[in-house]
Write a protein that binds this ligand. Structure first.
Ligand code: SF4
Length: 606
């Protein structure tokens, strides 16, 4: 092992800490510095941290941002998701391959640039987009690709690609990003002005039980998608026995089509931290963790600075608001490119420094979460709502939205509409009203809640955006009349296959079988029995999978089967002889014919 590597790892472990919970941070630092995490590095980390080698290797191989193979000084990760393809990602992919002279998952011969594909990076309204190391590059085109490649080849510094800055805090000294917020509609809760520290001051004048009661009375429900009542979750956690209680903010939005938390973190970080702090007070926690998705690493220095200023101003630390027993602080932990870590138990494992594999529930995090202690896990937007409830009062909050769905919802809008971007709207709008607001009146379908949500057809455009009808974590993808809905369902299934952690068979194998059968139907080889098979298989995967990923992964097929049944039926064939057209010989031979340059020989009967 080179001295450099050994010494660097010693130094990193000593600077970051040999604590098991820092393992992902240490591996991330090694990956950044050396462009890979080699076997020698794994040995050294294991030795320095006193962690079994197999565990270190398990973490290295789990996350898509880590690799044992040497990568270039700059890794270009081009986003490959439905929204990106709708905006011409495939042309940009070809342009990168041509400009670099390599394919995806290869490195230029001079070792400078590696080209990769990645899932959604939260820039669906300004794609095709890529991450060049941690630097987001937006609005890519074939011409722009040449400039990107030339600039990186010349300077080796992806920051040189940032020539114009986005609006708002994207231009702040500690962000300096070309990303734009694209806030099209500001609502009263998240994006209206708020008085920094006011909610903390109000909370400090209340008892923890009064804070929880206020959140319950406001009927606040989690904004991440599941919609669990927030006050109830806080109460369960407060009452659960444990040595310490924890607050975890899920800032790992990875659902394709979701990017609203990025904008909230950019423009309203104080509100998020205020909500976390109030939650800490309510449940009796002194420590909070923000788990920030690795794709948003460019925001971390800025968020760390916001935390530092809050400490200076007495909004974090001991005796917050001058109240004895109100002590709380927050640290930020970075993910490393794993969609499944958006699932709360997987997120907790990752925050503990391990592979982000979901745990069985129960016990729920409210009982045994981070480090096996009672833990509240809430979404970025949920914490903002909680802070505003304490700042402005429950009557103010419950006047917004509908009876069962109070407050506003922040939507991330992408796809075939005139004004993609961020919309904060009160709950209770119909999908038709929503489409009018975003300029998507021609839509034939809206994917509500991302791939794990519902694909709604025109027949459903009078349905209501609220917890009791169309619930969503925020992703809204609009599809116009020219889109291939079954092709989109197939792309979503590819996404789930890629992101499954593989722990349980129904999810690991079932999703592959679902995609195969869907492709058979799309290719015109399906029969009525295939639709029944597909329906049964989807139900089995939903029921038998261990975590939310597998339990929702068949939704692209199930919801299109329900809402776009005719698209399936027009593809089905019936053989007059009653034979099953499971195998199309001509189609199967087409590639071989092309490669060999000759037609197959016809055999005649002797
Ligand atoms: Fe992993 Fe899928 Fe099972 Fe969840 S359902 S634990 S993602 S294999």
């Amino acid at each position: 092992m080179g001295d450099d590597l050994q010494t660097a790892i010693k130094r990193l472990v000593s600077a970051i800490g040999a604590d098991r919970g820092r393992l992902v941070d240490i591996i991330r630092a090694i990956q950044e510095r050396f462009g890979h995490v080699s076997d020698s590095a794994i040995d050294a980390i294991s030795e320095e941290m006193g962690i079994a080698r197999v565990e270190v290797e398990g973490v290295v191989t789990f996350y898509s941002f880590f690799t044992k193979e040497q990568t270039g000084q700059t890794v270009i990760r081009l986003t490959d998701c439905v929204a990106a393809r709708m905006r011409g990602m495939e042309r940009v992919a070809d342009a990168f391959k041509q400009a670099l002279g390599i394919d995806f998952d290869q490195t230029t011969p001079n070792g400078k640039i590696t080209l990769r594909r990645t899932s959604c990076i939260g820039l669906c309204d300004q794609g095709p987009a890529a991450l060049c190391n941690d630097v987001p590059i937006t609005y890519l085109s074939s011409d722009r690709v040449k400039d990107v490649v030339t600039t990186i080849a010349a300077s080796g510094n992806p920051r040189d690609l940032v020539k114009t800055l986005g609006e708002g805090n994207n231009a702040a000294q500690l962000i300096q990003s070309m990303v734009i917020n694209n806030i099209r509609k500001r609502g009263a809760v998240i994006f209206d002005d708020h008085c920094r520290g006011e909610a903390i001051k109000n909370a400090a004048a209340m008892t923890p039980a009064e804070v929880i009661r206020a959140v319950k009375t406001a009927r606040l429900r989690g904004r991440g998608g599941a919609g669990f009542p927030t006050g109830m979750k806080w109460e369960f956690t407060r009452n659960a026995p444990g040595d310490r209680h924890y607050v975890v903010c899920n800032a790992d939005e990875g659902e394709p089509g979701t990017f609203k938390d990025r904008v909230i973190l950019t423009e309203a970080p104080d509100l998020v931290f205020e909500g976390m702090t109030i939650c800490g007070y309510a449940i009796g926690a002194t420590a909070g963790i923000m788990y920030l998705r690795g794709e948003y690493a460019y925001l971390k220095p800025y968020l760390d600075d916001v935390l530092a200023r809050r400490r200076e101003d007495g909004l974090l630390g001991a005796q917050i608001g001058g109240r004895d027993g109100f002590s709380f602080d927050i640290e930020i932990k970075l993910g490393a490119g794993a969609y499944v870590c958006g699932e709360e138990t997987a997120l907790i494992r990752s925050a503990e420094g391990g592979r982000g594999e979901p745990k069985n529930r129960p016990p729920f995090p409210a009982q045994r979460g981070y480090l096996d202690q009672p833990t509240v896990v809430n979404n970025v937007e949920t914490f903002c709502c909680a802070a505003r409830i304490i700042e402005k009062g429950t009557p103010w909050f419950t006047r917004i939205g509908s009876q069962a769905s109070t407050g506003t919802k922040v939507f991330s809008v992408s796809g075939d509409c005139r004004q993609p971007g961020i919309y904060e709207l009160p709950y209770g709008l119909s999908l038709r009203q929503f489409l009018a607001a975003v300029g998507g009146e021609d839509a034939i379908a809206v994917q509500v809640g991302g791939p794990s949500g519902t694909c709604v057809s025109r027949d459903g455009f009078d349905r209501i955006l609220c917890f009791d009808d169309l619930a969503t974590g925020g992703s809204m993808m609009v599809f116009g009349p020219h889109r291939d809905i079954l092709g989109i369902a197939a792309q979503f299934m590819e996404f789930f296959i890629e992101e499954s952690c593989g722990w349980c068979t129904p999810c690991r194998v079932g999703n592959v079988l679902i995609l195969e059968r869907l492709e058979k139907i799309r290719a015109g080889n399906g029969q009525v029995g295939d639709v029944e098979y597909l329906t049964d298989l989807c139900q089995t995967v939903k029921k038998m999978s261990r975590c939310g990923l597998g339990q929702t992964s068949p939704n692209p097929v199930l919801t299109t089967l329900h809402n776009f049944r005719a698209l399936y039926e027009t593809k089905l064939v019936e053989d007059p002889a009653g034979l099953v057209p499971a195998f199309d010989l001509t189609r199967a031979l087409r590639e071989a014919v092309r490669a060999q340059g000759r037609e197959p020989v016809e055999h005649s009967e002797a």
